[in-house]
Each structure stands twice: as C-alpha cells, then as structure tokens.
Design a protein. Structure first.
Length: 747
C-alpha cells in the first residue's frame, strides 16, 4: 500500500500536543516501518490554502512513498517512488530523508524536480521546504519561460526565484548536443526579473568558441522579453569608407520607461567612435536623443560628430511642446559613416522647436525652424528659409446653420544668409456649404487669400512693403453608383464614382513679390483636387479650370478593396499667367491614369501613367508587381520612368527588383537591385542569404549604395542570432525590412 505523509507550514508538525502525538502515532517500541506494514499512517496536518507561487511558503506539503520509516520527531526516511508536492513545487526520487528540526528534505537517486514550471534533474538534491533554498548535484535543467536549458556541476537555490549554476552551460537548443551554448564558471538565473548573468564565460557555436567574456563585464542575457542592463553582443561589419568596424555596446535599463545605450565602435580607417542613445517615456512626454563623436578622424584630422534629438511633451491640458534637433559636424558626415541609404539620402537637417495650443474650435502653433544643409559639391542646393518664428492660428467649425467655416492666420519671420529677408502675414477666411447625400455630394466654397509683406533688404525694383488679395471660388461635386459584379468568379460590389472640381481665381501680377516657400506642386491625383497649383503662400495661381476624374472600385463582401481604377485630367479655360518660370499655355493638363489591386490572393499589381497632352508622350510612369505565394516568399519588380519636360534628354529610367525566397530547406536568399538604365549604374543593391535553425539563425549581407552624386559605399555585414541569448554582428534586419517590401524575418 502506498503511504502518504502530510506537512503544513509554517507551523511545526505537531503544533499543539507533540508528545501525545508521538506516543499515539509513533510508539517508541515500534519502528515506523512496522507501522507502515500494518496500516496506513497519516500525520496531524493543518489545512493549507490552494497554492500559488505567491503563497508556496504557506502551502501544505505532501510526501508519498512505498516505504516510510524513522523517528518523526527527528527524521523520516522515504524509500521507493518518493514523490513530494508543495504548491508549485514537485519532486520525485528513489530515496529521501526529511529532517524535522531543519525542515529539510534530502533526496537521492534519479532526482527530478519542478519549481514554478522549471525542471531540474540530478543525482542528489537538498530542499529547505520553508524557503525553497537548497542545491542539486550534477544537475540538468530546463526553464519554462524561454526553453533555456543546460547542465552543470551544481545548482544552488537561494529561494524560489533565484539560483546559481556552477561550472555550467546555458542554451535554448533542444537535445544533449546543442548547436550553441554558453559555458561559464557561474550562471546566476533570476526568474523573478527574467534575467541571467554569466561570470567568466565563453560562447560556443558548433563546439567552436566564438565569444569570450571576462568576469568584470558580467555578461547578462534575458530569460524572457524583458529588458536588462548589461553588455550587448558585439557588432561587426565592414565598409569601403571605414574598413573593418567593431562595436561593443552597453545597455543601461535605468527604469521601465528610461534606458541608455553606450556604443563605442572602432572603425579601422577612422578611429574610435563613441555614441550614446537615450530613450524616455512618461505620462505626457516621450523622446529620444542620439549622439555620436569621433575625435581626430584619421582621414580628415578633425573631430566628427552628429546629434539627433526628438521630444514631445504635454505642458498643460491644451498646451504641448516638441522639438526635433539635428546637427552634423560637416557635410560629409552621413556619407562617411552611413550604413544604409536611408541615412545618406538626408541632406537637409531640421532644427524645430514647437509650442501647440489646441481648443475646441481653434488651435495655435508657434514654430521656430532652422536648417543645416549638407552640401554635395557635385550637386549643390539652395538652403531653405529659416522661420524665426512662425505663428499659425486656425479656427473653424462644421455645420453652423448648414455652413462650414474656417480662418487661417499665419505670421512668419523669414531669415536667410544670402536671399531677401522679411516678414509675411497671411489670412485665409473660407466658407463652404456642403450638400451630402448617400449617392452624391456638392460643395460650393468661397475663400479669400490676403497677404502682406515687409522686407528688410529688397532687391532693386522691389517694394519693401507690398500686399496681395485674391478671392477663390470652387465647386466640388461627385456621384457614387454601385452594382453587383463578378471578378474572376468572385461576387463583389463595383462602384463608379465620377467627380468634377471647378476652381476660379483671378489673375494678379506677383512677379515682384518675394518667394519664401512656394514651389510648383507635384501633379498627382491628390493635387488635382486642390485650389492652388503651387505649394506655400507666396504664389497663388490664376485659375479658371475644371478637373474631371472617374474612379471605379471592386469591393469584396468583407469590405476589402480588391481593385481600384482611376483616370483624371484638368481642363484650363484660360491661359495660366502666374508661374515660377515662364507662362503656361496648355489648354489641358497631363492625363493621369492609375490601376492597383490584387489579381489573386498571391499576386498584386499597380500601375500609374502621366501622359503629356502637348506631345503625346509619357512624362512619368510606374509599373509594379508583387508575388507572395507563401510566408517568407516575396518577389517585387518595379519599373520607374520620369522625363524632364524642360530638358527632355534628362530622364530617369530605373528597374527595381527585390526578393526573399527559400533556396532549400532552412536556406533563404534575399536581394535587391535598383538599376539605372539611363546611366547603366547600380544605384542601390544588396544581396545575401539567411539560414534558420530551431534555436539560431545566420545572415550575410553585402550592400552597395550611393552616398553622393559621384561616390558610393560598399559594405558587408553578418549577424548570428542565438535565440534567447544575443544577436552577434550588425543589425541586418532593419536593412532588409527597408530594402525589401514585404520582407518577413525568418526567426
């Protein structure tokens, strides 16, 4: 008959009458083994609560075995199929001894224990039942949270959450021969904060040491997705501008909503670069600041640095503050230190400070804005105007006796080192009366654009004080038709949406007015339905024009838009006189056509065409396909064309192909080629492969991208991702996500 022994904690085994209980249950003349052979024996117990991790100390302990013997006031011997259950802790062994005074259990012979879901096996185990402290000899272990597992000479339990593995290993790979493992003299595991800390340690991959960490660096690793302070894995890469690059960042988890990363990096051709990246988040505020500094660059002999800082904060319930500050030590900094095309493409660095006040029917924004222009000698650009400052006030309300009204007021101080400087005041009142019905809409609108200038240094023939007032009338209207349709065998709803948009703005000579922020707007479907063909407020285009467009959609029953087709054009009833370089005599604008949709569940396509009506040639076109038959299988192909209408020979012809595709079991190929057919040059390219195992993945990536008009950078990066431990090498995931549309990480 299997015997059961029940303990309760923290009370003693016999809290009220220990002497009497000993006499009744365990007579001195008889051994416990004899009693067990004649009857089922149970001790006096106090009922415990249902056990959780929080109250394991108060939980009832139940021990069962085939044979029970000993002196209960001192020790009890359990033999054959011993099993202990105490809250979330269970243990089985061949033999065990419970010592009453110490409240300890010693187990031997194929010991297996589970504590809060974590499993431990060993030759011998001691467990103090009231504190869960103890040790295991020759253990192997497996953690519930992240599949972490390993072995060692000894594990010591400080309590139910903290333990130390001596001369042990750690890995997230299954099996007795893991592909990678961390071997250390000590491994401190804390499941309470989900963190592991290794002393003097070596990381092995395929039994080859790849990383050694001395004890003073105290390598830490997560036991879950939680953040922890410690040395981050080293980064390794190479580029044509910097040579070999080696970084060893350190992460400070200052608080749950604050952290700081220090990333020293040695660049072979440049020297030692030090960087800081701090992030913070709180109730009503958030921000991030990144700073890089390289003293005495080997190539230039100068100090090189860069700063980027963003911040947003609510000062009062309706008042907010934000800034966006960027600075570089010199024009070539992004080109010399960039690791991908996204950084080198930035040539204008803004420095903005903004206060914003928002109320129910009005809001105000006070902005101070300056720019640093990183010039390319081969293609210089004119720096934009600084706004020091700009005050924008907007007020408006919908459906006031059937009318919508709004007023925008903009006061700006424009500053520039070489061009005309001065103040500009703009006020734009407008009122509209929308008629909205399920099948149609009509919206007449009347607005007035009043502008006043005061210039500090007008050019010859230009007035220091000038003003301009222009009214604009517009009428926007459209119809919406629906019908049931069939798209390749699928029942859908097809819409037909004709739209007409009329604008009338009288002509005013504006050639003597300064141009602080106006440019010709890019012509597209969104701009077709705007009242001004220029951006900014310094040029208001004269207009007597009608925009006609037709849109048709195929919509699935789920509401998803399957296909969209659109065509549109402007018709000019008079010659346009206001321009930023000569007059425009066309009677019609370019014709716009676009189509986009899903041909099937795996194949999608899009196309757009801008056709000149004066010479019947394409001005701009774009055609793209995406095929994604399964996860981590994507192929993108795109053709882009653009013709300069002023200089017809100046054309852009590009083919952009990118892909992520499996080559064989666990092998994936990634790549992108953005190639110029006009110059027969590679604008941007990347190629590499990925390999995925159950507990690790590996990536190799070669990248080439343009850093300036006449220069390019080539780099090679590698990353070994050890699940649950670290990512060794450069961050290739972000490069792949930005470079390959539809890319999905393999891990």
């Amino acid at each position: 008959m299997r015997r059961k022994y029940v303990l309760s904690h923290p009370q003693p085994l016999f809290p009220t009458f220990p002497a009497l209980a000993a006499k009744v249950l365990f007579p001195a003349a008889l051994s416990f083994t004899t009693l067990a052979a004649t009857a089922q024996v149970q001790s006096v117990a106090i009922a415990g609560k249902p056990s959780t991790k929080a109250d394991d100390k108060n939980a009832t302990t139940v021990i069962q075995a085939e044979q029970i013997s000993g002196r209960p006031e001192r020790y009890i011997q359990f033999d054959e199929k011993v099993e202990l259950v105490k809250g979330t802790t269970t243990m089985v062994a061949d033999h065990a001894i419970y010592r009453n005074l110490e409240d300890e259990l010693d187990a031997k012979g194929d010991v297996r224990a589970v504590r809060n879901g974590d499993c431990y096996n060993g030759d011998e185990m001691r467990l103090r039942l009231d504190t869960n402290a103890g040790f295991v000899i020759n253990p192997s272990y497996k953690l519930l949270r992240n599949n972490g597992q390993g072995k060692g000479e000894r594990i010591e339990f400080q309590d139910e959450e903290r333990s130390t593995v001596f001369k042990g290993t750690y890995s997230t790979c299954e099996g007795f021969d893991p592909d990678w493992y961390l071997k250390a003299d000590t491994l401190k595991l804390d499941t309470g904060i989900d963190r592991g800390v290794a002393g003097t340690s070596v990381v092995y991959f395929k039994h080859v040491p790849i990383l050694a960490v001395p004890s003073f660096l105290a390598m830490s690793f997560p036991l879950s997705d939680a953040r922890h302070s410690g040395v981050l894995p080293p980064s390794l890469g190479s580029s044509s501008t910097g040579g070999m690059e080696l970084g060893l960042p350190y992460y400070f988890n200052i608080a749950p909503n604050r952290d700081l990363t220090v990333f020293p990096k040695y660049i072979q051709k440049r020297g030692l670069q030090v960087g800081l990246d701090g992030r913070y988040l709180g109730v009503g505020y958030a921000g991030e600041t990144n700073f890089e500094f390289l003293p005495d660059d080997k190539q230039t002999g100068t100090n090189r640095y860069a700063l980027a800082s963003t911040h947003a904060q609510t000062l009062l319930p309706k008042l907010a503050l934000s800034w966006n500050i960027n600075h570089a030590s010199d024009d070539a900094y992004p080109a010399d230190f960039a690791t991908n095309i996204n950084k080198t493409a930035v040539r204008v660095l803004p420095r903005d400070l903004t206060f914003a006040y928002t109320d129910t029917y009005w809001n105000a924004i006070l902005l101070s804005s300056k720019y640093q222009v990183l010039q390319d000698i081969a293609a210089p650009i004119v720096p934009p105007y600084d706004r020091l400052p700009q005050l924008t006030v907007h007020g408006g309300q919908f459906d006031v006796l059937g009318f919508d009204w709004a007023v925008d007021t903009i006061l700006t101080r424009f500053s520039h080192p070489t061009l005309v400087r001065g103040d500009r005041a703009v006020i734009i009142p407008q009122v509209s009366m929308p008629f909205l019905q399920p099948g149609y809409f009509v919206t007449p609108k009347l607005s007035l654009h009043a502008t006043n200038y005061h210039l500090d240094n007008p050019v010859a023939g230009q007035d220091a004080n000038s003003q301009r007032t222009l009214p604009t009338f517009s009428l926007d209207s459209g119809l919406i038709f629906e019908r049931k349709a069939n798209w390749f065998g699928s029942q859908m709803t097809q819409t037909l949406e004709p739209r007409l948009f009329y604008v009338n703005t009288p002509y005013r000579d504006q050639s003597q007015l300064p141009n602080f922020d106006s440019a010709t707007a890019d012509f597209n479907f969104a701009q077709m339905f705007s009242e001004n063909r220029f951006t900014g407020h310094d040029r208001i285009g004269d207009a007597n024009q009608l925009t006609a467009a037709l849109v048709s959609r195929f919509i699935e029953d789920s509401g998803e838009e399957r296909v969209k087709l659109a065509i549109g054009q402007r018709i000019y009833f008079n010659q346009q006189k206001v321009s930023l370089g000569g007059s425009v005599s066309q009677s019609r604008s370019d014709l716009l056509l676009s189509a986009a949709g899903k041909i099937s569940d795996t194949l999608s396509a899009e196309a757009s065409l801008q056709m000149s009506q004066s010479d019947n040639e394409a001005v701009r076109s774009n055609y793209g396909l995406r095929w994604s038959p399964a996860p981590r299988k994507v192929l993108n192909a795109e053709y882009r064309f653009q013709r300069d209408t002023v200089t017809p020979n100046n054309q852009v012809k590009q083919i952009d192909v990118s892909m992520q595709w499996p080559l064989a079991n666990r092998w994936y190929m990634v790549g992108r080629s953005n190639f110029s057919l006009q110059t027969n040059k590679l604008i941007e390219g990347l190629a590499g492969f990925e390999y995925k195992q159950d507990c690790w993945s590996f990536r190799v990536l070669a990248q080439r991208f343009v850093t300036a008009t006449s220069t390019s950078t080539t780099g090679i990066s590698m990353q070994l991702e050890l699940n649950g431990l670290a990512k060794l090498g450069s961050n290739t995931i972000d490069v792949l996500k930005k470079g390959i549309s539809g890319y999905q990480p393999i891990n």
